[in-house]
Ligand binder design. Structure first.
Ligand code: BES
Ligand code: MN
Ligand code: MN
Length: 454
């Protein structure tokens, strides 16, 4: 049996095992799921062992454990580090799921459930590709290191220290990641750029305690209104971020690259279908693809305060809160941007509220030339899995580890994603197309095998 036939013959088995992984609600953001996080880390470690890795460790950290594995038994062959994450986003709002978030099922050719596309389904693609190679040949074709973390969805905070103190251990000729998307259905893609992410939270305090809005209203400033006014001022009429200096350090994208990005088989119709908004806008002077991939943003992610229960409550709240974030592009510096944002916000706020400003996480943008030979190997492996030539894209999402790895080791980072932009990552009814899951296993198995020839 050849590799493709072997993988084909294991379809049901692979899917059944993925279901097991998906049933563990490994939500990194919520402490009530700590036991599930630990269970997921053990599940990953066990399945790395059964895939053929003899060295497998669960590494405790300040928050959630990392899983590390290695097989360095192919002298003279390249060493690749595969990175992924076993943690998932919270599933709320639960009532919007067609089938329960942690009870996976197949509908209309896709696997539904939290973590299918982001990122458990994609991690599983690598586990099964590697296991298939090991079962067929009794060994791996190249040297492989594996790092699967449990904090990606909360900013990969512990990972930074781990990378810094284990440089020798993590050293590899290339990084391989499957945690991104394909440009569209039937378009295998390799991502060569990601935006960075800074995440912030602010708390505004006005009156020392909640007040009766009839007894005090009219004579006391309302922090929720101050908060609304603040966010109304953070963009100008051309939808540019109104923070002075925000755009200063952006590296110009060469005209040839802009042209290539705009010429990709990206479909406005699919984008609109996936979003479903009545109309669209964005920063003046840029196309939609450019707004998504090569321009920075400031987004309000959540805003709360005051009364939100049933019926009416006449109150002037003491406090108002917001969570917001900035997506960054090369060469914006996350620390510098955080300072500029804080400075501008403090300048805009009136003296009748007190502001607590917190930076929850920072992350650098990443872009790299796709010249190294490994990119051609990846392109042809994808062709073997999907029967189509892969395109090179940038994306708007963020993966902190990719930048850390690139900065630390200066090695090629190959991001081969199998999700689709409309598969509801981070939202209800997250799913992963079966054709991309099974095709992904084939393509990734070919990739590991073909890397032996480099
Ligand atoms: N897999 C995504 C990142 C991603 C999504 C990259 C789509 C490219 C295309 C990852 O799990 C994620 O959601 N990252 C967070 C950042 C993190 C620091 C919380 C993000 O992008 O919001
Ligand atoms: Mn992810
Ligand atoms: Mn995610």
């Amino acid at each position: 049996m050849n590799l493709a036939e072997f993988i084909e013959s294991r379809r049901e088995q692979h899917l059944g095992e993925l279901y097991e992984f998906l049933r563990i609600p490994s939500v990194s953001a919520k402490s009530e799921h700590k036991p599930d996080i630990d269970r997921a880390s053990r599940w990953v470690a066990d399945h790395l062992r059964s895939a053929g890795f003899k060295t497998v460790e669960i590494v405790p950290t300040g928050l959630h454990p990392l899983v590390y594995a290695e097989s360095l038994e192919a002298p003279g062959k390249p060493t690749v580090l595969f990175y992924g994450h076993y943690d998932v986003q919270p599933a709320e709002p639960l009532e919007l799921w067609t089938s329960p978030a942690f009870q996976p099922e197949v509908r209309n050719g896709s696997i539904y459930g939290r973590g299918t596309a982001d990122d458990k389904g994609q991690v599983h693609i690598h586990l099964k590709a590697l296991e298939s190679l090991h079962q067929l040949h009794g060994k791996f074709p190249i040297n492989i290191k594996v790092l699967i973390e449990g904090e990606e969805e909360v900013g990969s905070v512990s990972l930074w220290d781990y990378v810094q103190s284990h440089k020798e251990k993590l050293k590899a000729d290339a990084l391989l990641v499957s945690d991104t998307s394909m440009l569209g259905k039937g378009v295998p893609s390799i991502t060569y750029g990601l935006r960075g992410l800074n995440y912030y939270e602010i708390e505004l305090t006005g009156p020392a305690r909640d007040l009766h809005s009839g007894v005090y209203g009219g004579a006391v400033p309302n922090p929720l209104i101050v908060l609304a006014e603040l966010f109304a001022k953070l963009h100008d009429k051309n939808f540019r971020v109104a923070v002075p200096g925000f755009y200063d350090d952006i590296a110009a994208v060469p005209p040839a690259e802009r042209k290539a990005l705009n010429a990709l088989p990206w479909k406005e119709k699919d984008f609109k279908h996936a979003v479903g908004a009545p109309a669209y806008h964005g920063e003046k002077g840029f196309t939609t693809v450019e707004r998504l991939w090569i321009r920075p943003t400031l987004e309000l992610n959540g805003i709360w305060g005051g009364y939100q229960g049933e019926g009416a409550k006449t109150v002037i709240p003491s406090k108002a809160y917001a969570k917001f974030s900035t997506r960054l592009v090369p060469n914006q510096n996350p620390q510098k941007i955080a300072k500029l944002v804080e400075k501008h916000i403090r300048k805009l706020l009136p003296d009748y509220v007190h502001c607590r400003f917190e930076v929850l996480s920072t992350g650098k943008p990443w872009v790299a030339a796709y010249k190294a030979p490994i990119f051609q190997v990846a392109q042809s492996a994808l062709e073997k899995g999907f029967g189509k030539k892969a395109v090179f894209i940038r994306e708007g999402g963020s993966i902190p580890f990719v930048t850390q790895m690139h900065d630390t080791f200066k090695v090629p980072c190959v991001l081969v994603g199998f999700g689709l932009p409309d598969e509801n990552a981070h939202a209800p009814d997250e799913h992963l197309a079966l054709e991309n899951y099974h095709g992904g296993i084939k393509a990734i198995a070919h990739l590991y095998q073909d890397l032996a020839g480099l």
